[in-house]
Design a protein around this ligand. Structure first.
Ligand code: LLP
Length: 417
């Protein structure tokens, strides 16, 4: 039921990839709109789907989300501006600003545009309360436990900086400053295991009943896993929805107020839609190891280096001649950066981990799969390498949705003083 491999195959024909390479050069990000739409449909039972745009914040991706009635989670002034540019209405619950701090400029913006604030600290509530009494706010509760595919993506418990530990105290500040509490939110991490994900329902129930306020929304947060490798399991969405829907019903009948149930996915909506196409420039033997060096590095995709994340890698040969019976080689795929950790086949410990891949030579191409979430949005200019283009595949056509940054543009912050 959840299989999207056929949609993937449609975009990923050899002809299409070669067309993209010729037209836009490498490296390049490509997203498949059909996969995003399919993922949206899997969550349509939730009252509100709020896209965590940090996972993939291109304005054209946000526009696509808007066409499907998705709302937006923004975590910075830049993300608010992106959402507005994509057509989201700030005073219409379209955008919620989620953060643990409120800088002056973003405080001004949320007040001026009446954007609800999902507060991750008591100080935020005080700061907005002083300047904007009556402002709509959520409490982001830290349920005192968390989980994630890596310790760095666990956002619950006392080792995490996120959320409010004592919601009763938050409530007293909300009352003191006459803020308008509209929702309760929990997000315990990214790439969360099912057991921990389900515990959030219980914690939400307990906290909501204890706070006993006439709220309008509860949010289950994000965190849904996607299968990066064939061994990965997925959360049973039917079961997950039913658990949250029951939670909503119990809270709603106990508090005697109608409630809307939100979910706030990032990775789940876009992760599998994206690929990174790179070109092989060198193949080197270093003792027993074979290194395949490509033209994207952790400046483009940092997930393997930062978390030891696995991404499937496939080969597109420059020429299809003589590629039959190609030997399989234990290959270490690495980038161009002047840093040893610039490797895509690496474990959480930082130890390189060769992958069985068909033998390649300079001029061939590699596709790094499932890079739609936290790929481009986490890119940097490290080693002074410009941001690379993004292309969207929609209705059978490719459209450039971000052009390649020029070196001049990259340097202009320093040269245009
Ligand atoms: N809501 C909040 C408040 C969040 O902080 C996040 C993610 C999400 C929703 C969406 O989580 P998702 O559904 O995508 O798991 N860079 C890491 C992931 C960091 C997630 C940060 N917050 C990675 O590449 O795995």
């Amino acid at each position: 039921m959840y299989d999207i491999s056929n949609i993937k195959k449609k975009m990923l024909t050899r002809d299409n990839v070669i067309y993209l390479i010729k037209k836009y050069k490498t490296p390049i990000w490509v997203y498949n709109a059909d996969i995003i739409i399919k993922q949206i449909k899997k969550l349509e039972k939730f009252d509100i789907i709020r896209f965590a745009q940090k996972s993939c914040s291109n304005i054209h991706i946000l526009k696509l989300m808007k066409q499907y009635n998705i709302k937006i989670d923004a975590v910075s002034l830049g993300e608010i501006k992106r959402a507005i540019l994509a057509g989201f209405q700030p005073n219409n619950n379209d955008i919620v600003f989620t953060s643990d701090i409120l800088e002056e400029k973003v405080l001004q913006e949320v007040i001026q545009k009446k954007i609800p604030v999902n507060a991750g600290s008591i100080d935020m509530l005080k700061q907005i309360g002083k300047k904007s009494p009556g402002h709509p706010v959520w409490i982001r509760i830290n349920p005192r436990f968390g989980n994630g595919h890596h310790i760095k993506t666990n956002t619950g418990g006392d080792t995490s900086k996120h959320g409010i530990w004592n919601p009763i105290k938050a409530l007293s500040i909300i009352n003191q400053y006459k803020l308008n509490l509209i929702g309760l939110h929990m997000h315990i991490g990214s790439g969360v295991n099912t057991e921990n994900l389900y515990q959030v329902c219980e914690s939400m129930k307990k906290n909501a009943i204890q706070l006993n306020q006439k709220i309008k929304f509860i949010s289950a947060g994000g965190g849904l896993k996607i299968p990066y490798s064939s061994k990965d399991t997925e959360t049973d969405l039917e079961d997950y929805f039913n658990k949250w829907n029951n939670t909503k019903k119990i809270i709603s009948s106990t508090l005697k107020c109608p409630l809307k149930l939100e979910i706030e996915p990032g990775r789940f909506l876009v992760g599998q839609s994206g690929i990174l196409i790179s070109k092989v420039y060198a193949v080197k033997n270093m003792g027993k190891n074979t290194f395949v060096l490509i033209n994207s590095g952790f400046n483009d995709l940092i997930r393997p280096t930062l978390y030891g994340s696995y991404h499937k890698i496939t080969v597109i040969y420059n020429s299809i001649k003589n590629t039959k019976n190609t030997p399989i080689i234990k290959s270490i795929i690495a980038g161009p950066l002047c840093e040893s950790g610039d490797v895509f086949t690496i474990k959480k410990t930082g130890i390189i981990f060769p992958r069985n891949l068909p033998k390649v030579k300079p001029g061939d191409y590699l596709i790094i799969h499932d890079t739609g979430a936290y790929g481009s949005s986490m890119s940097s200019n490290y080693n002074s390498r410009p941001f690379i283009p993004e292309v969207l595949y929609k209705n059978g056509k490719f459209k450039l949705i971000r052009r390649r940054q020029t070196i001049q543009e990259m340097l202009s912050l320093e040269t245009s003083l």
